[in-house]
Design a protein around this ligand. Structure first.
Ligand SMILES: *Cc1c(COP(=O)(O)O)cnc(C)c1O
Length: 339
């Protein structure tokens, strides 16, 4: 499999570090915990969308787009990384932001990722929750095209076969790093949403016959829907690479027990995960994705699903900028003390 056949705009800081988390491992008393730091991809506070955008934005450039458009939730990390990438390439960027949680909190609507969207020069418009955002995106793009703009649209999360190539590449990178240091990986775990990360990883892992089970922890859809979305995208990505049959339905496994009330609504176990990663390892998670992924990861370790003696890699997909849109989810009144 030769990814250099596909156009790519190199901008991410790669390879991202692969590090052992000694204090978290000791705290949980289970497997040896490792982390793949895709929160450190380098673009405007990092995150997993940058790998996808390397392939997507190269396509936009080839098509001579003068503006890219995408959509996401208000605190979308994908929107922020798209805005930053577009700025770097001197392209315009317009984003449709969906208020999926219905929150009217000032920081949720203006701070965190939204602040960065605007700093990178993107324009934004808001939509109420529950619409067909990819359809809205195409309609808005057509309105812009009618004014003479050359528009390149990117689906939510950058999750199509082009974007997923970024995570095929991540699978190669991660297994290469593990091979180089004699690290036998028993499991990989990460947060899964719009499916491109898990789809790309599974294609890469299967294509190189790595024999490492991959588990996605869902943040939105129920298990059958999530697994079907990932499987469909994995098949389409494999087809693009010329190895359509490399992924079987049973290779795609998602656990959606940690979504809580819904997308973008913080959970108690997620908030515990944020505090554990921050206080034990100085690693920042976000309440929407990586915290719920880590909450599932921690709970499965506590339940003995991942065992002592095993080596488990948590792929950190980023998202820390969203913390500043979610300050109301924390209570640190007890942290102010006079000594
Ligand atoms: C988008 C995102 C995910 C999920 O990745 P998908 O490819 O959409 O499944 C996980 N974590 C963070 C921080 C994200 O921004």
């Amino acid at each position: 499999m030769h990814l250099a056949r596909f156009p790519r705009r190199f901008i991410a800081h790669l390879p991202t570090p692969l590090e052992r988390l000694d204090r978290l491992s000791a705290e949980l008393g289970g497997p040896e915990i490792w982390i793949k730091r895709d929160d450190c991809t380098g673009l405007s506070t990092g995150g997993n969308k940058t790998r996808k955008l390397e392939f997507l934005m190269a396509e936009a450039e080839l098509q001579k787009a003068d503006i890219v458009m995408t959509q996401g939730a208000i605190q979308s990390n994908h929107a922020r990384q798209t805005a930053a990438f577009a700025a770097k390439l001197g392209m315009g960027c317009h984003i449709l932001l969906e208020n999926r949680t219905g929150s009217q909190d000032k920081n949720y609507i203006n701070n965190g990722n939204v602040l960065l969207d605007h700093l990178h020069g993107a324009t934004t418009e808001i939509r109420p929750g529950g619409g067909d955002m990819n359809a809205e995106l195409e309609q808005a793009a057509d309105r812009l095209r009618a004014t003479g703009k050359k528009v390149y649209t990117i689906p939510g999360g950058g999750s199509n076969p082009t974007g997923a190539l970024g995570y095929v590449n991540c699978a190669f990178e991660l297994v290469g790093q593990a091979n180089d240091r004699g690290l036998k990986i028993d499991h990989i775990v990460h947060a899964t949403g719009s499916a491109g990360t898990q789809a790309g990883l599974i294609v890469g892992l299967k294509a190189m016959n790595a024999q490492i089970p991959l588990l996605g922890i869902g943040v939105r859809a129920p298990k059958p829907t999530q697994e079907e979305n990932v499987f469909k995208l994995a098949r389409a990505t494999a087809e693009k690479l010329g190895c359509a049959d490399v992924v079987a339905r049973e290779d795609v496994v998602a656990n959606t027990d940690y979504v809580g009330e819904g997308y973008g609504i913080p959970t108690e176990s997620g908030m515990e995960a944020i505090q554990m990663f921050a206080s034990l390892e100085s690693i920042l998670l976000d309440p929407v994705y990586s915290a719920k992924g880590a909450a599932g990861f921690i709970d499965l370790i506590r339940k003995g699903h991942f065992k002592k003696g095993e080596r488990v890699v948590f792929l950190h997909t980023g998202g820390s900028a969203a913390l500043f849109g979610y300050d109301k989810a924390f209570d640190f009144t007890g942290s102010w003390q006079t000594v």
